[in-house]
Design a protein around this ligand. Structure first.
Ligand code: HPA
Ligand code: ZN
Length: 326
């Protein structure tokens, strides 16, 4: 089902998107069929009934399990192309997508397969969908930092076309400090850096990501509101926070959409953008997220315009492309 792009949503960049989180139930069944995999669900409805989450981990369990259907380069390319097609309809003009190479390596899928598959679809994106793209290799913070460093070295050795690295997966108990060496190496290699922080984890993980990992952007960061001094710092330093409203609701990081802190964040003057995170799991793509916050908070055109402009200015797109989109 395609939802029409919100007419009042200006062109925007999607900065917080996990490509594996765009795997829709229909495609899961299609890829399972193509690869001769028997799914533990008898029907689409049985799979869809599993999409009720109580926290981040309850989602991650299904997210990692469903990835098992991704086996060939073509599988990764088809998933990526399906996302780009849907994002174009949502009004997304530039996307910086994360992928989780380790999640595929640990189940025996070579780095070349996942990276080449995703990149094949990205390479055609500007021409096919009018969406400029960049790829961010995200590392799993609930796995050893040494493994992450090995994978980064392999990505660099194969000259994978990544522009940056990220940090995702189970946050609580896995603070940024364990990944100082990984981020130092990434910076040395000329890569940009982002990290999930303050989604479920405490506000001091946001400070660690800034002070120890020296990240360019924070993914989520909603828990910064627990610390007024940190809020002032984020405002002063104009640190971009990639906010994912429907994700926060579905993972119960907030009690309801009405209780989402996005209006307070705007009020404080924080540099926030609206993103979809894992749209196949959380009930919506970029336009759905914009529509949800517009309806919940009665945002006006100027506020929607600011959110979209923030996304473009916080992107790693070349200055010429950013100017074109603003
Ligand atoms: N949070 C942390 N890790 C993730 C997410 C998320 O929302 N999606 C995919 N990996
Ligand atoms: Zn995320």
């Amino acid at each position: 089902p395609t939802t029409p792009a919100l007419s009042s949503t200006p062109p925007c960049a999607e900065l917080h998107l996990h490509i594996e989180g765009t795997l829709e139930p229909e495609l899961i069944f299609e890829l399972a069929g193509r690869n001769g995999i028997t799914l533990p669900y008898a029907s689409l409805d049985e799979l869809r009934a599993r999409y009720r989450f109580t926290d981040l981990q309850s989602f991650l369990d299904l997210y990692y399990a469903n990835m098992d259907v991704l086996r060939t380069e073509a599988d990764f390319a088809d998933m990526t192309r399906a996302y780009l097609r849907r994002a174009a309809a949502a009004g997304v003009r530039h996307v910086e997508m994360m992928m989780d190479p380790q999640a595929h390596l640990v189940r025996g899928i070579p780095l070349e397969t996942s990276v080449r598959g995703v990149c094949a679809a990205l390479a055609a994106s500007e021409e096919e969908f009018g969406i400029s793209t960049a790829l961010i290799a995200a590392f799993l913070r609930d796995r050893p930092a040494e493994e992450a460093l090995d994978v980064l070295e392999d990505l660099l050795a194969m000259e994978a076309p990544i522009i940056g690295i990220g940090l995702d997966s189970a946050e609580v108990g896995n603070p940024p400090e364990a990944f100082i060496g990984l981020y130092r190496r990434a910076r040395e290699a000329g890569l940009r850096t982002v990290a999930h922080a303050g989604e479920e984890g405490p506000s001091h993980y946001i400070e660690q990501a800034l002070d120890l990992l020296l990240v360019d952007r924070i993914d989520h960061g909603i828990r910064c509101l627990d610390d007024p001094e940190l809020v002032q710092r984020l405002v002063h330093e104009k640190i971009p926070l990639t906010i994912c409203p429907l994700s926060n609701v579905r993972l119960q990081a907030v009690d309801s959409l009405a209780a989402h802190p996005l209006p307070q964040m705007l009020e404080h003057g924080l540099n926030i953008s609206v993103n979809s995170d894992d749209p196949a799991y959380f009930g919506g793509y970029a336009d759905d997220n914009f529509r949800a916050v517009q309806e919940a908070f009665g945002l006006d055109r100027a506020q929607l315009g600011l959110l979209a402009a923030n996304s473009i200015e916080a992107s790693f797109a070349p200055p010429g492309r950013r100017a074109e989109l603003l």
